[in-house]
Design a protein around this ligand. Structure first.
Ligand code: C2G
Length: 129
């Protein structure tokens, strides 16, 4: 059983999010997703996500390619999360390229190309206009 782990906010869920989850799932037998908490987003980006953490977790958990979700409460706990969930692979978008290479001693670290021309910020902007 090969477990793949990925992290993200997944706010205002869009096809770029779906594509990375599908590609991550294809790397193994089981996909576990760390959904970042509201507090982590406020600390990191200076604003709360549009959808609260409980709803973001439910949306991600309901996807066919996702087996389990948990709340990512700190960026500093990556190693602990990887060990706790027995991850064989850590998959992230290439906006994080190189940032998680330090974990290659405990799992394989892969970066996928971001889906171009779509982002939560762009969706919010489009609705606003
Ligand atoms: N993503 C993508 N293509 C897009 C937008 C996002 O492939 N057009 C990917 C990102 O690269 C990331 C995942 O979707 O791997 C989730 O993106 P965000 O919700 O923006 O997550 P982020 O705020 O980067 O949180 O510990 C890490 C953080 O929790 C990551």
């Amino acid at each position: 059983m090969r477990t793949v782990l990925t992290f993200g906010t997944f706010d205002v869920f869009h096809v770029g999010h779906l594509r990375i989850l599908e590609r991550a799932a294809a790397m193994g037998d089981r996909l576990v997703v760390g959904v970042s908490s509201d507090a982590l987003n406020i600390a990191k980006k200076g604003r709360a996500p549009v959808f609260p953490e409980g709803e973001r977790q439910r949306l991600v958990a309901a996807l066919r390619c996702v087996d389990d979700v948990f709340l990512e409460e700190s960026l500093e706990l990556k190693r602990e999360y990887l060990l706790r969930h027995r991850a064989d692979v850590l998959a992230m978008g290439d906006d994080w390229l190189g940032r998680f290479d330090e974990f290659s001693d405990i799992c394989r670290v892969v970066y996928f190309e971001r889906t171009p021309a779509i982002s939560t910020t762009a969706v919010i902007e489009k609705i606003r206009l």
